[in-house]
Design a protein around this ligand. Sequence first.
Ligand code: FAD
Length: 401
Amino acid sequence: MAASETAEQREFRAYCRAWLEENRPPPTAMPLPQAAYEVMTEDHRSYLVDWQNKCYEAQLIATDVSKEYGGHGHNGFQQIASTEVRRANVPYFINWIGLGMAAPTLLIHGTEAQRKTYLPPIFSGEDIWCQGFSEPGAGSDLAGLQTSAVKDGDNWIVNGSKVWTSLGHFARWMLLLARTDKSDKYNGITYFIGPMEHEGVTVQPIHKMTGESGFNEVFLEDVVVPDHMRIDAVGTGWKVAMSTLTSERGAAQGVGAVATSESPFAAIESLIQLAKTKKRNGRLIWDDPVWRDKLMKLYERTEASTQNFRRARVDALNGGAMRIPLQGKLTGSELGQELHQVALSILGQEASLYIGDDNSEENGRWALGYMNTYTGTISGGSSEIQRNILGERVLGLPKTK
Ligand SMILES: Cc1cc2nc3c(=O)[nH]c(=O)nc-3n(C[C@H](O)[C@H](O)[C@H](O)COP(=O)(O)OP(=O)(O)OC[C@H]3O[C@@H](n4cnc5c(N)ncnc54)[C@H](O)[C@@H]3O)c2cc1C
């Protein structure tokens, strides 16, 4: 609890804690995937949409958004709600792209009509959104995208393809970047609300090494997009995309907790439990000073990462809007990977037993989790790209060639 909280904020925090405690959903018959990136089945989708809607109705989502856009009209309560949702370690919100990227983008760049139409079903989870930025030849070099949009009366005709589109298989709308001018790399991009249910859209799942398929290829063939679904002016797509990416990396004022997987504290606690049950050379790993040192260093880094986010509340420690979220994304995703690596070392040869194997530890969660931690160090900008941005834009170092 922050010392500077008002009486109303303290009361709201107590309300969030009590509500989450009382309304924690019972486990699903089939365990949920480890991360929101991997949701594939209709059962999981409807369970998670119900959960998100319940949290929305309880004012934990869109807490500070004005009522005319479907929000709850508070001021200074969203961060409290989001913190308490994360702390409670309840299921993630399935519409994490809608909440974490689409809603902030529409609030900043959308028209009145767009905000009134698209925001309420984002908050309730009724309309799932996906992000159509990456293309086969445009990932880190996003401005290299080639999907085209050509004006045809009051419509745009879109052709091209997107890749790694998380939740594309459930989505009604896409955050769509398309090229409207081939002669200008950055000013030739325009931002649209892409209709996933229109004719000409084909979604094909991509299977990962884990066997999961939470992301897709999306093919767009003569897809008609009305001009009123354009976000901001023609040619300003790059600027709007940077605003979306800032929200994706956690810098913008969120509209709902968008934790997409297990909290880091839950993961380190589980790792310590594992060390308390596994033996090496006849003694518990937890009792071995070398292993214990390794585990405590991971614990300290988890705590440091959490404390680092708290600095965001103090302007003087902030170092600009992007610094803390960029650092958080970089260090948090790499820490998650190291944590799973240590778990695999503790398991030794048992680490090769995967989900579905009756003899595997915790149904193979560590082996699966280790592979899935690569999501964090690639998606939303790879670790190398985060380092480049931190170096160039935060520390002011010379640009990479
Ligand atoms: C699980 C998952 C979900 C995703 N979901 C989505 C989604 O929903 N929507 C979407 O649009 N995209 C999504 N992505 C795509 C993601 O944003 C891209 O994978 C990412 O931006 C990297 O692009 P790339 O895969 O084309 O790799 P590349 O850009 O080809 O990079 C390959 C390697 O080269 C390195 N590299 C490239 N340029 C530089 C440089 N200038 N300096 C140093 N190193 C460099 C990279 O760090 C990387 O290691 C997802 C990715 C994953 C893994």
